[in-house]
Each structure stands twice: as C-alpha cells, then as structure tokens.
Design a protein around this ligand. Structure first.
Ligand code: S5P
Length: 487
C-alpha cells in the first residue's frame, strides 16, 4: 500500500516552495555517504530555525491526522522531528513522549521517557523517510513499553520503499510531501528547470532499482547456482523471497505450542528447527499428527524444517536412527544435524536418501566446547565433507568457518544469538552474541534463535521475531554485498 498523501495541491506547493527557499531541498551535485553523486539533497534540519515553516508543518500534520486517526500521544524521531512533535504537542494539547537513541547508563536507564499509559495509541512523527528503519526502531521500543503504534506521519517520503516496509510491520504511513509532487510543484513555480526535474527522476529510479538488481543478481546468479546441495539452494531461494535469514529454534515442550509458534512466525522465518524428542508426544499417532501439521505449515508459509538430532554414531546406526519409529526423521525433515566426530561414515549413510540434507556441527556455542578448544576440530569437520557436497547443506558454527575448497559453497548456521537487550548466558553454558556480531564478524548466514523470541509471551513473539528478521536480513545483505563487491 503506498503512503497516503491527502494534502491539497495548494498546501503541497506552499510547503515545497518553503522547503526550497530555506535550503531544506537542494539541487546540484552532492556526494553521498555511499560515494555516489546525487543531483538532489535533502537536509531538513535547517527548518528548525524557521519558525514559520515549523508552524506550517505542525499545522499540516494536525490537519492530516486529527480527523482521521485518534491518538493519545505523539513521539518525534530524534532529532529534526523532535521540535516538530513538541510544537504539535504543545499547540494541540496532546501528550508527547520521547524515545532515546541509546539508554542512559545511569539513573533510570529508561529508553522511553514521559508519562504514558500502556495501551495508548502513539503517532510517530519523522522528517524524511527512505527505508523506514528509524520509524521501525522507534515503534519497536514504544511497543515494548506497551504503547500501540499503528500510524506514522512524515514530512517527506523519498519513495524508496519505506511505506511498504512499514506496512509490513503494521504501520500506516502518511506523508506531507513525496519527491514527485515536490518536483512538480517546484517546476511549476519556476524554481527548477524541467531538465533538473528529469535528472532527479532518473537518478532516483536508477539508484533504487540498481540496488535491487544487484541483490537479485547476487542471489540468483552468484549464490544459488554455486550451492551443490539441493536443500541449501532451496533455503537460499526462500531467504531471498521472504527477506529473512531467521531460523526459529522451536524449543517448547508442548507440541501444540510448537505448531502455534510455527503458525505465528511462519511468515518471518526461513527455517524451523525442531527437537522432536523433547516434545510431549505421547505415542506414534501423535508424532504422525504433529509432523503432518508441521509440514502443512511449512508448505503454507514456505519455510524448511531442520531436526536438530545431532547424530554422532557410526554410519549404520545413524542410518537406522534416521528411519526408526516413532520419529522417522528422514520422512519429514529437510535437514538434520550431525556431529563431525564419527568421521565421514556419518555422512556416507545419507547417500541414497534424497529428501534430507545434513548440517555438520563444527563449533558449538557453549562455553568450553571442544570445537573451539581442540585445535583444528572445526577444520577436520570441514574436511570430512569432501566428496559429500550434494548431501551437506552447511555447518553449525559459532565462529567463521573458512571453506577453502574451490567453488564449494556451504551455509553457516549460527546459534546463541540475542538482541541488544541481552546480557550474559543462560547459566548452563550457552553463550550469546548479538545479531550483527553473529553475521558480520562470525560469518553466519542463518541465525538460529530460540529463547531470544520464546522467552517473551506469545503475544510478543511476532514483534520480537520481526526485529530479528529485520536486523538479520540487513546485516546479511551488508555482508554479502561486501563479499561479492568485486566479482
Ligand atoms: O552449538 C549449538 C548448536 C545448536 S544446534 N548451540 C545451540 O544452542 N544449538 C541449538 O540452538 C540449541 O539446541 C538450541 O535449541 C538453540 C539455541 O537456543 P537459544 O534459546 O539459546 O536461542
């Protein structure tokens, strides 16, 4: 759904002209953070020194929202939107709340300041929106504090997908101005030439589609074709399509709850990781019922299933374990984990099983694990996969695993991942790292998250999973774009 612009043309024109005159929108040649040159530049910070424009914006915001949405509070995203929110709040008697960029390390350490009640609807105000990530971050915190966030209003929408991104997270965005109407207004007023206008239009459409094209190319031409294992190809396709590298570790005791979490988080995950022997499945019939429902959900929401069985026996035993009742893992799981400890036999026994791939545990996330302690253990795990590229989807590892075999691509699955709200382990050896750290420093392609999501009540599962999805995906894109920059 595109962002709503309901302002009449006169208002659009008046605001566009004022923005141009005070230098909030500039035309020329400007080098951006990314190094590329842009023919247009937005710097809305200058408006804070222009009381007339501040009043105009505050009036327009009020006119846009007041009759359409009933909100109990407003929150401006720092910095430029803060004084605007203050104006709206003071002039219209709506309580304002403030979301800090970082929590204070002293005093109350609160992230959200002000006097508010849980359940209050809060309208977010922002100056410029490109991808919508600042609004999302703000919304996340506000929601964590019990506020309801359904709407945001922005002064300028750069029309680069921010509205859709917000919509995907349950936020409707309204904008006072969008680039296209702004350009038209300035041209009609004779403030820019038609050449300037079309130069900007070409630039904006090229940069957005250029990035998407690059990403598309990366996944479809560079990554997916280089995976030898069918399961990893499929997983990458799902990741790209759904824009997620989140694997949910469905560590709940009640099997019906496992299905509930799969149903709730299905749209946000690429993989669901089970520990089927830990669920309260009482007999074979329940096992069959459980896996049928789980498979149906996997098809409906397009995610794969990995059973974290961590086999560690000789090949002939693992072969029987894979097919024996009640769990019959080879019949329903797309992937299963094995330890590298037994040597290549643990992989050989998968030959001929077409529908299940292997993920080798190379380095665990727990304190004192041998994968980290015994020198070369990780590398030896890698060595045993030689000749089994079609069977092995990748490795579980808590740190970077360097595959030196030419042209072979494996996925790295990393568990022990938390959001920035987390400190310390779980008291039983589990160690956590943050999402960025897991992906950018430790090489994860897929993050495995259990309690980071499940420790929250089921009413919050989706919201927290979305935060993992968002952070995980943007770090993965950053990592891959860097890695394949010169190829
Ligand atoms: O090294 C490992 C390997 C795995 S598969 N460390 C892990 O924690 N895991 C699994 O990932 C573990 O069994 C658990 O199910 C999940 C992490 O759960 P969390 O609750 O700590 O996120």
């Amino acid at each position: 759904m595109p962002s709503t612009v309901t302002m009449d043309l006169q208002k659009v024109k008046a605001l566009a002209v004022n923005m141009f005159k005070c230098g909030a929108v500039k035309f020329g040649s400007f080098q951006l953070k990314s190094g590329i040159y842009s023919p247009i530049y937005f710097d809305l910070r200058v408006i804070i020194s222009k009381p007339d424009i501040m009043n105009q914006i505050s009036d327009y915001i009020w006119a846009e929202m007041e009759s359409r949405y009933s909100f109990d509070s407003i929150c401006g995203v720092p910095y430029t939107a803060l004084p605007i929110a203050t104006l709206v709040s003071a002039n219209r008697s709506v309580p304002m709340i403030l979301r800090r960029k970082e929590a204070k390390m002293y005093g109350t350490g609160k992230l959200v300041e002000g006097a508010y009640k849980p359940g209050w609807r809060c309208l977010i105000i922002e100056d410029v929106v490109t991808t919508g990530s600042s609004i999302l971050e703000t919304a996340e915190s506000l929601r964590q504090h019990g506020l309801v966030v359904e709407e945001a209003i922005v002064i300028l929408d750069r029309e680069q997908g921010g509205d859709q991104n917000l919509e995907n997270h349950g936020i409707k965005m309204t904008s006072l101005l969008q680039v296209q109407p702004l350009l038209i207004a300035l041209e009609t007023e004779g403030l820019i030439t038609s050449e300037q206008k079309s130069k900007v239009e070409t630039f904006l459409s090229r940069t957005t589609s250029k990035f998407n094209l690059k990403l598309d190319n990366l996944f479809k031409k560079k990554l997916i074709p280089r995976m030898t294992c069918t399961a990893s190809k499929k997983l990458l396709r799902i990741m790209y399509k759904k824009k997620t590298n989140l694997c949910l570790a469905a560590d709940l005791q009640n099997w019906t709850e496992v299905l509930e979490v799969a149903r709730t988080l299905g749209p946000h995950i690429c993989l669901l990781r089970t520990h089927i022997d830990t669920y309260n499945l009482e007999n074979y019939y329940q096992v069959v019922e459980f896996r049928k429902h789980l498979k149906d959900l996997a098809t409906k929401f397009d995610f794969m299933i990995m059973e974290d069985r961590k086999f560690a026996d000789i090949g002939s035993t693992v072969q029987r374990q894979l097919t024996s009742k009640p769990f019959e893992i080879a019949q329903w799981a797309d992937m299963v984990t094995v330890h590298g400890l037994p040597g290549p036999g643990v992989l050989q026994c998968f030959e001929g099983l077409e529908n299940i791939a292997v993920v080798v545990i190379a380095e665990m996330s727990s304190t004192g694990n041998l994968g980290r302690k015994v020198s070369d253990y990780k590398h030896e795990c890698l060595k045993i996969t030689d000749g089994y590229d079609k069977i092995v989807a990748g490795f579980v590892s808590h740190s970077k695993i360097r595959v030196d075999r030419k042209d072979t691509f494996f996925l790295q699955f990393t568990p022990g991942v938390a959001l920035n709200d987390y400190t310390g382990g779980d008291g039983l050896g589990q160690q956590y790292v943050y999402v960025d750290d897991a992906i950018l420093d430790r090489g994860a392609d897929v993050i495995i998250v259990g309690r980071g999501i499940l420790k929250h009540g089921n009413e919050n599962w989706r919201e927290v999973a979305e935060e993992f999805q968002r952070n995980g995906w943007s770090a993965l894109v950053q990592k891959l774009m860097n890695k394949f920059r010169d190829t």
